[in-house]
Write a new protein. Structure first.
Lengths: 234, 234
């Protein structure tokens, strides 16, 4: 609590000090009450790394859109995730300065393209050059396929693609979250499991290590949630 | 375009047919124009899976908070991701009906706790039971540590924890995105690399396969972004 009594004098100062003392006492009492109701052991042992985006892991998704002249562009995004089940939705955060930004806002559409590990170099490339300077599809030889559902292209060679209609935006700070309602998910038949679902081993996606700036493949199955859950008693 | 003319008859049918023909022609013209400006090959080959959250991979993070009586709770979230660099922020989507929701809103705080693969069973458990019915910390024997920075607990045994101040919410539909400004990241010294950053191999996190409902470990490094990027000519 910052002192607001500097303009007061005489009895008003004394009154202020008395009120402050009461407020401070009740504040301390409130803190003590909060400490007893909010359980938890005191902190120890961990090293503070500061207010940084050092969470693991982050996805590596390629966001495709058209620019103002209708040219397909692709950029790599890792500040992203699924954000709703119904309507099925995904959020992707972009800086407004990114070349893709204006096109996505104008056409209210983008696609999320999940690369296999064999496209790790292309994903790194898409994340380090700008569509302002280069035609990324021409440079990589990948195919921009025109989505029939949304006004955005997807990458034909990637095993799993997600067509999104921009349903909203939320400004966080350096980045704007683009919320995309999933209109359709399309997959190569070769990456589906026996139930017709995208298979992790076959799609073979990879993740971003925020601390080291490296990509990592996916490893082995640890089991289904129901199998794993049964290992805990109760 | 679905026919809406079934209730019409006589001249009204003819009028409708004529209008429909004009609309169809202009629609085709519009489509042709759109095809010339928005480049891309026509679609072929991929199988449509529908408007579903079948994106790979999703993170497995444990969200900790206090309930209204100050009891620590933990729930597993995979509809989540980093969403801003400055301020460093993360978004986690929860259904309003989840037991954790009210406590996070009331205290404007939560923590994101990244489990190692040895905690896969606990992560499955935290995602399949409710804090309404059970004390999840008591059931698993894990330790709720009181954060000194935000009004939420974190899991002492987990190698990497992220303390967040709730900075905003965005209602997507079934889920509300909780946007958390990262106040601090804390790590066990044993999981840091030579540069003091969280090391993917040492933290040993895992991901969720949306299609199969399984957890998968992280595999091998594919290389740094700069190494990978150099494989693409130009």
């Amino acid at each position: 609590m910052k002192s607001k009594g500097q303009r007061s004098s005489g009895n008003r100062v004394l009154t202020f000090v008395a009120i402050f003392a009461i407020l401070a006492a009740s504040s301390i009492a409130g803190l003590a009450a909060s400490e007893t109701t909010s359980a938890g052991k005191p902190e120890e042992g961990k090293i503070s790394l500061g207010a940084r985006t050092l969470i693991l892991p982050a996805p590596v998704w390629i966001i495709c859109s058209y620019d103002s002249s209708g040219r397909p562009n692709a950029m790599t995004a890792s500040w992203a995730g699924i954000c709703s089940s119904d309507p099925a939705s995904v959020t992707v955060s972009l800086r407004e300065s990114r070349y893709s930004f204006d096109g996505i806002i104008a056409r209210k559409a983008f696609t999320v393209n999940i690369p296999s590990t064999r496209f790790a170099a292309e994903a790194a490339f898409f994340g380090t050059v700008s569509g302002r300077d280069i035609d990324k599809f021409q440079a990589t030889g990948l195919t921009a396929v025109a989505s029939g559902l949304v006004d955005a292209p997807y990458i034909g060679e990637f095993p799993l693609v997600v067509e999104c209609r921009l349903s909203g935006t939320y400004n966080v700070g350096s980045h704007v979250m683009l919320i995309g309602e999933i209109v359709d998910v399309k997959a190569d038949s070769s990456v589906l499991d026996g139930r017709g679902m995208p298979d992790m081993d076959k799609v073979d996606p990879f993740v971003f290590a925020t601390g080291s700036g490296s990509f990592y493949s996916i490893g082995e199955s640890l089991g289904s949630i129901s199998e794993l859950r049964d290992k805990i008693g109760k």
